[in-house]
Design a protein around this ligand. Sequence first.
Ligand SMILES: [Mg+2]
Length: 387
Amino acid sequence: MRIVDVREITQPIASPIRNAYIDFTKMTTSLVAVVTDVVRDGRRVVGYGFNSNGRYGQGGLIRERFRGRILEADPRSLLDGTGENLDPHRIWAAMMANEKPGGHGERSVAVGTLDMAIWDATAKIAGQPLFRLLAEQEGREADPRVFVYAAGGYYYPGKDDTALRAEMRSYLDRGYNVVKMKIGGASLAEDRRRIEAVLAEIGADARLAVDANGRFDLETAIAYAKALREYPLFWYEEAGDPLDYALQAALAEFYPGPMATGENLFSHQDARNLLRYGGMRPDRDWLQFDCALSYGLVEYLRTLEALHQAGWSPRRCIPHGGHQMSLNIAAGLGLGGNESYPDLFQPYGGFPDSVRVEDGHIVMPELPGIGFEGKSDLIRVMRELAE
Ligand SMILES: [Mg+2]
């Protein structure tokens, strides 16, 4: 068996929203297909992947470097010990041949996108949902019930507190009990007013997390911390620059509640540095590394090992991104949950059509691979690329 083609296309996921740092009016994603010569249930096995929102499509890197390394490798060198399935770890090593360490840039996004498609194909060839395959490989029990929270609350032209409250109410109506909104794109006084409006809306029905998207300098991050600690927040996310570990560490003195960060750290070495130098607290803080942006699941397994070494539980991980890949990792490897964007970044984000959120959790369907075939609008776009 072998990989016969790797296809990619850049697709728009534009939206008129903005956070504290960027707007999404020109946002794109790379959609990739790893085509194999294997047939399952009368159909050629094709694995699919895409990168998470917030980073742009990676077509140049995929076309110029990573696609060729997969297709030019000896096909046998990409297989597992049985020779009957792909080995995502070996394919990862082939993709990363002649890449120097450090300076991760966004090549991690290109590799993470391809890695998603490779795991999708691998689980399909094995005839298993990816989360069951992962649990089996790690010798643990899968838990198909996964915590999910609703991310939204973006700044949007003309959006007032009434619209913000209605948005949050709609998430509660759809079964969520943790919601998230953006801060840092307005003055502190204005953000306080927005936060208080949402807290008044959700009352005791849900918890609120806030996300500054790395906007603040130390002084502003502390000013917000002093204001935010008066509210019963679920977390205070990405206050300062994602690589400013000293800022993150200093913030703990001013913010006793849970904090979250990590979505813009793209390697296990960066994740390890956050744990070494960022002052993150394993009893309350949350880690949001997103495999689709950071070299994929092969690398995420190394990140989980770095967490383990530092005394962190995988339960403290709730990845960024709102994609089904991280849902599988959460269910298979015991993460604390996953982000979700109920109204954004479609058709890529979200759940298979049959899945409903209840009491802030979903239950994974038993679909081979990552489960894209269960989401009709998504699989239609995917099959246009390769089937
Ligand atoms: Mg965020």
